[in-house]
Write a new protein. Sequence first.
Length: 261
Amino acid sequence: MIMYLRALLLLSVLIISCNSSYAALFDDKGAQQERAAQQEQIKILETRITKLEEMNNQAIVRLHNQVEELRHELSKLNGQIEVLANDIELSQNRQKDFYIDLDGRLRRVEQPGVTSDTISDTNSSVVEGGLPVSNTVATNDENSDYQEAFGMFKIGRFKGAISKFKSFIKNYPTSKLIPSSHYWIGNSYYAMRDFKSAIDVQKELVKDFPDSAKAPDAMLNIASSQKEINQETAAKETLKDLIAKYPISDAAEKAKLRLAN
């Protein structure tokens, strides 16, 4: 556009030069007036071209500033990406430690009906966590439903496992496997990185079934979840409470190691 106006201005100058020569030769008053008008038009064109050039220069400066800002933002983003990559690596290492620990627990877990939560004396009436516990071993349907839920957990179908365990709790409210069901629901939430839900479920287990063999491990998992959401102080307090409440449990030994580290 500016080049076009420059060309138009040059053409106008040439025309005026021709008209000036014509006016000089013939002393034509009309030609002189026309030349004066054309000179005025040239001034107007020069003014417009100057303004356009200034606007163009300002646009170039703004574009340059925007490019520099984008470079600065890109540099910041690269730094943030690097930090996030380190955080992800740290989280993956923590997740790996969790699954190694969890694998060890899975290897020791008993079959339904003869779990550590089951009272060995099947002829006695027992109450655990305020709920009456059946004085017989689990039924076939109960075993089957529990194993189905637990099987989904083992293959990583955590949402399905949560749903199945919740159904189990609803269908068998007096089962000896209720504490274990809460425990694996909490672990499923942890594996899905829903740490708040994991904490809530495991706290419910500890509150309702304090004498369950799963209670110490539930407290250990609460501390792990608290650490994941940067509740460092709360995690330490949970580990201390675990050691105080269940001093001879395997979970208490692990809690001591964590506090020492």
